[in-house]
Design a protein around this ligand. Structure first.
Ligand code: AMP
Ligand code: GLY
Length: 421
């Protein structure tokens, strides 16, 4: 089978490594892939947003099955376009990907179908938003409607901060059209949990839970990033909470999307907060998380391609998805300065003994050398019977990898370890 994976980050690297375990897979193309993915797939320089380019390539190469991993192509209708020329895909169609593509859509859906989430108001003009903020409870949370590389959320601790955030989204358009509508919502508290799930539109099967570390610096300080590390499973997510989430959030979301004529097939990511009033949805993503995938897939015992095809065919069952016991941890090695300005082009050196558990995010090959080429450079993972063992393995691998200007958080998993005690 010839496969195509759209995307080029650490998440795609983890997906590709897992797909390769299936003996029927003869070739995997990554569009565009990256310098590290090139060890495991054939990288082709076609951008993830170049839908026509992707479709033409898939036809030329007679691709049997495609996996569309990032949010942008999903929201742009990459799955629809590939399906139209007869290529089956993993991932939702555009009319379902809107669950991530529009926060206004997802908030309204949750309200309509009684799915627990933060209270909110939607604004389409600046004066009304500013007026609302005169009396809104503080802290408050401001979200740009559309995709904004995970940066479209501001937690405002003061009224002035909230007004500045709304002005920069609606007036200065720092996220372009994504900010022409904003959601202003209730500030929630509690531990956060990421739950990725497989769904064929009828059955929803959650994967092992995980915890992201979004802030750039230790002790959850510094700016928000795409994610500086992850651990799985998330110790806050007990079996009891999992069954509450299944009944109040997961199944109702699948049913709601069906009722709206927007059947969701693929990976549905539930970003949850375990509040004192029960689990609530912070956000939906229409795809695998990054770097959650890097800790979830190493624990997956079942064959990934079989599960993916079942989500496409509508034949998904719970017993198809088995996870092994134990824990996995991922430490992101980034370029100093990320998520703001950083330099790239530095040679990465790592021993062969660790490459198997390093997922490459931002690197390119140049004359046989692997050079840094992005903010998040590597996701270095470790697995073990327990979380402390997994963390130890991940950090031991980090110690063996060097590149100039490297920085990483030293406290991945620290909060989870406290929860375990
Ligand atoms: P999002 O991009 O929607 O995942 O938001 C980024 C981060 O902002 C989340 O991971 C939370 O830590 C935080 N956040 C989002 N919405 C809320 C909320 N209503 N209350 C408190 N924190 C929030
Ligand atoms: N790590 C968060 C995300 O993938 O959106």
């Amino acid at each position: 089978m010839k496969l195509l994976v759209v995307g080029g980050g650490g998440r795609e690297h983890a997906i590709i490594k897992k797909l390769r375990e299936n003996p029927h897979v003869t070739e995997i193309f990554a569009l565009p892939g990256n310098g590290g993915i090139a060890r495991d797939a054939t990288c082709v320089n076609i951008g993830a947003k170049d839908i026509d380019g992707i479709v033409n390539f898939a036809l030329d190469q007679k691709i049997d099955y495609a996996v569309v991993a990032p949010d942008d192509p999903l929201v742009l209708g990459c799955v629809d376009a590939l399906n139209k020329v007869g290529i089956p895909c993993f991932g939702p169609k555009a009319n379902a990907a809107i669950l991530e593509g529009s926060k206004v859509f997802s908030k309204n859906l949750m309200k309509k179908y009684g799915i627990p989430t933060a209270e909110y108001e939607v604004f389409t003009d600046l004066p009304s938003a500013l007026e609302y903020l005169e009396t809104a409870p503080i802290p408050t949370v401001i979200k740009a409607d559309g995709l904004a590389l995970g940066k479209g959320v501001v937690i405002a601790m003061t009224r002035d901060e909230a007004k500045d955030a709304v002005r920069s989204m609606m007036e200065d358009k720092i996220f372009g059209e994504s900010g022409s509508r904003v959601v202003i919502e209730e500030f929630l508290t509690g531990p956060e949990v990421s739950v990725l799930s497989f769904t064929d539109g009828k059955t929803v099967v959650p994967m092992v839970s995980s915890m992201d570390h979004k802030r750039a610096l230790d002790n959850d300080e510094g700016l928000n990033t795409g994610g500086m590390g992850t651990i799985a499973p998330n110790p806050y997510y007990t079996d009891e909470i999992a069954s509450v989430c299944m009944e109040t959030i997961f199944k109702p979301t699948i049913a709601a999307m069906n009722a709206e004529g927007r059947t969701f097939q693929g990976c549905l990511y539930f970003g949850l907060m375990l509040t004192p009033k029960g689990p609530k949805v912070i956000e939906y993503n229409c795809r695998f998380g990054d770097p959650e995938t890097q800790v979830v897939l190493p624990l997956l015992e079942s064959d990934l391609l079989t599960i993916m095809k079942a989500t496409t065919d509508g034949t998904l069952t719970e017993d198809m998805v088995k996870f092994r016991r134990g824990s996995c941890a991922c430490v992101v090695m980034a370029s100093k300065g990320y998520p703001q300005k950083y330099e790239t082009g530095f040679e990465i050196s790592m021993p062969d003994s660790v490459t198997d558990r390093v997922y490459v995010a931002g690197a390119k090959l140049s004359e046989g050398k692997l050079l840094t080429a992005g903010g998040r450079v590597l996701g270095v993972t470790g697995t073990g019977d327990t979380l402390p063992e997994a963390l130890k393995a991940a950090y031991e691998a980090v110690d063996q990898i060097t590149f100039e200007n490297a920085f990483w958080r030293k406290d991945i998993g620290a909060r989870a370890l406290k929860a375990l005690k």
